[in-house]
Structure formats: C-alpha cells, structure tokens
Design a protein around this ligand. Structure first.
Ligand code: 13P
Ligand code: SF4
Length: 360
C-alpha cells in the first residue's frame, strides 16, 4: 500500500470572523411569519443543516422542510416536489441541491458561506492530482465545489464514506481521496483501502484537543464520547462513537449513558437536546495547552445563515444585483457532477435495501 502524500500540506484557511444573528423574541416571530408567507407564495421548502441556528432549524421543521446531515439534505431536496429549494448551510450543500435539481430554483441565505475543505481543494489542482494517478478511482467528500465533483468518480458524505470506500476496496480499486485528510485517514484505517490523501482539513474539527478531552472524560466516567470523523486521529482514538452528524444525534437518543461529550460543531446541541432532554451534553474541548482555537466548535460559515438574510433573499427578485442569491452551475459541470453524486445516492439506496454485502 502506498502511503506517500502526493500533495503538500495546504496552508491553513483563515475563516471569516464569527458573526451570529441576534434577535429579540418579537423580531424572531415577525421574521418567521414574513418568511412563511413568502415561502408559500414561492413554493419553497427549507433544507437546513444541524450546524445552522436554532431559529432556522425550527423554521425548517415548522414549514415541512428538513434538518439533517449533508447526505439526507441531498436526498430530501431531490425527492421534494417544491419548485424552490432554500438551502441553509454552506455553499457545497446549495450546489449539491442544484446539481441534482437543475430545473428548480436553489437559493441560500448567504452565498459567501463557504467551507475550509472546499477552499483547500481548487479544481485545477485536484485535476492535476487525478492526472498524476490515472490508475486510481477518485473519491471526494461532498464538501467540495461542483467542478471537483465533476472530475471525481464518486462523491461521499461522512455518513456513507466508510461503506463506499470499503466496497470499492473489495472491488479491487486503488483510490485517490480529497480533500479532508482526517476523514480520509479514518476511512483508510477502517477499510484497509490503498488511498492517496489530499491534505485539507476542517477549521472547526481540527481544533479539538485529545489531551484535554481525555482529562474531561476522566471527570465524567459515565459519559460516552461522540466524535465527527473530520477530527484528528488522536481525538477519534478516544471516541465511543464516530459518525456523521445524524449518527451522533442517534447515539445520544439510543445509548443508555446519562452524559455525552461531543466533538463536533455545537449547533448540533439544539437537536441533541430535543432527542434526549434529560441527558447532560458537554462540548469537547478546543482549548488547552498549545491550542490555537480559530473556530471554538462553531463553523463561522454556517453562522452566516440567519432569518434576516433569508427574508431579504426571498424578497429580492431574481435578476437583481445579487441575483436573489440563486445558485447557478454551468451545465457541462453540473451534468458530470450529477453522475458522481447519483452513484452515492444509488449506493445508499441499494445498501439500505440489503442489496450490497460488505465483508469485514
Ligand atoms: P455531515 O454530513 O456529517 O452533516 O457533515 C457535514 C459537515 O460539513 C461537517 O462539518
Ligand atoms: Fe466545512 Fe468544517 Fe464548516 Fe463543516 S464545519 S462546513 S467541514 S468548515
């Protein structure tokens, strides 16, 4: 198995300053009422990620939309009949919705909401990586641009990455992986696949500290440690459960532990509290000796989403200065990216139906 890293360590992506929306109860109610009316008029459904504000998550559920991980966001938006999809999350989530639904209008509260993984993987550099290794299939994380997805053979999300890589490994394929080195390393460890890894990382999950986590856990012997696989290997090594955001919420709901230490964006606590109201939820530490916390367990790009911006976007006519914050993707790129995303959705459906057997 080749373990060589063919790409240099990417410079750390500087996240934007954290700006969270603060609303009075009266402002919140007025905005929600306005947005609900506009959504009805525009045949719109709201698909929100767990890391967005509690206000957006509540609004999505109150209006028949969904709050979920990135895999389910893609599936839900694709299956829903609404003509306008509002994606509250980051840019790659909006692009994925548009790739799968070219006939629909896909809008976002803020088109500047990016992701350090997406930013660390420019399409031309990724293409050069693929060109240098024509004997390998390319598997990219959903946290990438439409152009990177268009060049990839497969797209995966954290909820299904290990299963797909294991399957491809069992079919005898050698792989290229981009962009998250921690998720790639985790998937390589549990699948045994031969993978070359791009060296991107998530600014939020990279900040979790293993030593401080071990100390916190020692003080909470009944707690289960839940870790998103974008975290460093030393943090994953302390986990009782490693999984996508949906899988971590499920763990809080189903495990008997009275306490949980959670290593992912703290926006997820809104759903975790609802799933298990009596349980104690603790944030995994991002500080500690030598720490350089740039995100403090909350994604600054996810925080760009809010009710005020959503209302403004729904009120701005398409074709105005900001184009109504609509996502547009060149058709040749969209069509190619749709193939690699659809492979993942088809695999997920077949796996759910018991049509794919993965050995140990
Ligand atoms: P999930 O697919 O697990 O929701 O992860 C998306 C993400 O961006 C995590 O940082
Ligand atoms: Fe990207 Fe990390 Fe934010 Fe998820 S939490 S959107 S991986 S920067």
């Amino acid at each position: 198995m080749s373990l060589a890293f063919p790409v240099p360590l990417k410079p750390v992506i500087q996240p934007p300053p954290m700006v969270e929306e603060i609303l009075t109860p009266a402002e919140r109610e007025a905005l929600k009422a306005r947005i609900k009316t506009l959504m009805k008029q525009q045949d719109a459904v709201l698909v929100a990620h767990y890391y967005t504000s509690a206000d957006l998550q509540d609004l999505a559920e109150e209006t028949g939309g969904c709050v979920s991980d990135s895999l389910e966001m893609a599936r839900f938006g694709h299956a829903h009949p609404a003509q306008t999809l509002i994606v509250a999350g980051v840019k790659f989530m909006g692009e994925t919705a548009k790739i799968l639904n070219p006939e629909k209008r896909v809008i976002m509260p803020d088109l500047q909401a990016d992701c350090s993984l997406d930013l660390a993987c420019p399409a031309d550099e990724f293409a050069a990586f693929c060109d240098a290794h024509p004997d390998r299939l390319s598997v990219v994380y959903a946290n990438t641009s439409a152009a990177v997805k268009a060049r990839a053979d497969w797209v995966v999300t954290s909820g299904i990455a290990a299963k797909i890589v294991k399957y491809l490994h069992q079919q005898g394929h050698k792989l290229l992986w981009a962009p998250d080195r921690h998720l790639g390393e985790y998937v390589r460890r549990i699948s045994g696949a031969d993978m070359l890894l791009w060296q991107g990382s998530c600014v939020v999950h990279e900040a979790f500290k293993a030593e401080a986590l071990a100390k916190l856990r020692a003080g909470h012997p009944d707690a289960a440690v839940l870790v998103h696989p974008e975290s460093p290997e030393s943090v994953i090594a302390l986990a009782d459960v490693v999984g996508s955001t949906t899988q971590l919420i499920e763990a809080v709901r189903t495990l008997p532990n009275p306490e949980f230490i959670v290593a992912t964006d703290n926006g997820i606590f809104h759903k975790m509290r609802a799933a298990a109201p009596g349980k104690l939820l603790l944030e995994a530490p991002t500080a500690g000796e030598g720490a350089t916390c740039t995100s403090c367990a909350h994604c600054p790009w996810m925080a760009m989403n809010g009710l005020r911006k959503l209302a403004a976007v729904l009120e701005s006519p398409a074709g105005d200065a900001n184009g109504g914050n609509e996502i547009h993707i060149e058709e040749s790129i969209r069509a190619k990216a749709a193939v690699s995303i659809q492979r993942m959705l088809d695999f997920a459906a077949a796996e759910k139906a018991g049509k794919i057997q993965l050995g140990d």
